[in-house]
Design a protein around this ligand. Structure first.
Ligand code: TXA
Ligand code: MG
Length: 331
């Protein structure tokens, strides 16, 4: 049996739900990135996620749900702000951190008393979740600290035959991980920027939103280095791009230029990774291009940092982390 199946088939959805119900892990497409999915209430299955990803035990997982009603099964309380955001942006690329019910397995929350919840928009993910009728823990389906997968083939590259099934839902349409908003304290905070911007969140809530985790709180998973390819990544402002690339080439480095516009001057040791023209296109392509840099075997990726707010902010966050210069200090 070829485990990468066309996910439209009814039989594939049934197989996915059955495997999850049996405590197995599967590769699941979402609109952001592919997830490594398991029944969030099954401790052995959740443990298997940590083992396969080589993920530290204190690094919490997002629980994916298929209906709004399921919020009550995980959150100890659902404040009006959570309902407002869920109604506005779910299903979609938004994760809400809420106080966890006492019966939520602390293995899922990394030992925290809060739980992260998301209703994904990808029709395959939603169909599997609704068929299963239970929450599904699904981190991005990559090994710890590596680039998140945005196609079923990427998931196979990461985990080979370790998974009994990878549902193929096509390339992810968003391309970077969900925006995470913490609603468990007095002030809503964006813990991880994403396609849904802080301004959209603030508009919906009609109040200011903090852009950083609270000082002194544990913000697990917000490492400076994350989402990295094997090649070194160096970020640069658009107006410094050409000089930075020229300096790498002068050092004899095989160089990839990740930018909207092509290089000003061709060079045999230089490849262009076409970042895309719009912020949406840039998000959608980013992780595939970082993987391509590794396939090409370049020494360095010189990445142009997009300017502006909203999606550009999320892109800068991921590029800086790929470079090991994360914009959010780990605390
Ligand atoms: O788009 C996404 O969110 C993807 C897809 C598969 O849904 N999932 C994803 O999961 O990015 P993962 O495990 O790669 O990232 C989850 C992040 C953690 O790194 C952590 O920063 C945050 O969610 N998180 C989870 N639970 C949390 C909690 N209780 N408090 C604070 N942050 C939490
Ligand atoms: Mg991840």
């Amino acid at each position: 049996m070829d485990p990468v199946l066309p996910a439209s088939a009814e039989a594939d959805l049934a197989a996915a739900a059955a495997l999850l119900a049996q405590g197995r892990l599967i590769g699941l497409p979402t609109e952001t990135v592919y997830g490594l999915a398991a029944d969030a209430r099954n401790p052995e299955a959740v443990q298997a996620i940590f083992a396969l990803k080589q993920r530290p035990a204190d690094h919490p997982l997002i629980v994916h749900i298929g209906t709004l009603e399921e919020l009550q099964a995980w959150a100890a309380e659902v404040p009006p702000a959570a309902l407002a955001l869920a109604r506005a942006f779910w299903p979609g690329p938004l994760t809400l951190v809420l106080p966890a019910r006492p019966d939520v397995p602390r293995m899922v929350t990394g030992g925290l008393d809060t739980v992260a919840l998301r209703m994904p928009a990808h029709p395959v993910a939603l169909a599997v979740l609704r068929r299963l009728g239970r929450g599904v823990a699904a981190p991005s389906a990559n090994r710890h600290l590596r680039v998140s997968p945005t196609t079923a083939a990427h998931v196979r590259e990461e985990f080979g035959d370790a998974l009994p099934l990878v549902l193929d839902g096509g390339p992810c349409t968003v391309g970077i991980e969900s925006t995470i908003v913490d609603l468990s304290t007095g002030t809503p905070r964006v813990l991880r920027p994403g396609a849904i911007s802080a301004a959209q969140i603030a508009d919906c809530l009609q109040r200011a939103v903090d852009l950083r985790p609270a000082a002194g709180t544990r913000a697990p998973g917000l490492m400076k280095r994350h989402y990295s390819p094997r090649a070194r990544v160096e970020c640069t402002a658009p107006n410094a791009l050409a000089a930075h690339v020229a300096a790498c080439l002068a050092d004899g480095l095989r160089t990839a230029q990740l930018s909207a516009a092509p290089p000003v001057q061709p060079h045999p040791a230089l490849v262009w990774l076409a970042a895309g023209e719009t912020p949406d296109a840039r998000m959608q392509r980013l992780y595939g291009l970082l993987r391509e840099a590794d396939i090409l075997g370049v020494d360095v990726v010189v990445a142009e940092l997009p300017e502006g707010d909203g999606p550009a902010e999320a892109l800068r966050d991921r590029l800086l982390r790929a470079a090991g210069q994360g914009s959010v200090p780990p605390n």
